[in-house]
Design a protein around this ligand. Structure first.
Ligand SMILES: [Zn+2]
Length: 83
């Protein structure tokens, strides 16, 4: 999806919405952030949303992936065991 191609229908009609922009009156995609708490530290993860104009497939990814290491110690989050 991030490369501009839809993984479901292979269309190149992929659009990205950033939660860091468009914080006006009605523009925006909700939810746009994830608040992570680890001990007494709070980290905001920003969500980029991708939508395929051709088939409607929607994908959300964390924009600031350099912050994702906080997940290993985050309250209320657990690693999902591979099936
Ligand atoms: Zn598609």
């Amino acid at each position: 999806m991030q490369d501009g191609t839809c993984p479901k229908c292979q269309s190149p009609e992929v659009y990205r919405g950033s939660s860091r922009e468009g914080d006006g009156l009605t523009a925006g995609i909700y939810p746009s952030i994830v608040e992570i708490v680890a001990g007494r530290k709070q980290t905001t993860l920003w969500i980029d949303t991708y939508i395929c104009r051709a088939c409607g497939y929607l994908e959300m990814r964390i924009a600031n992936r350099d912050e994702l290491s906080v997940l290993t110690q985050a309250d209320g989050w657990e690693k999902v065991a591979p099936a």
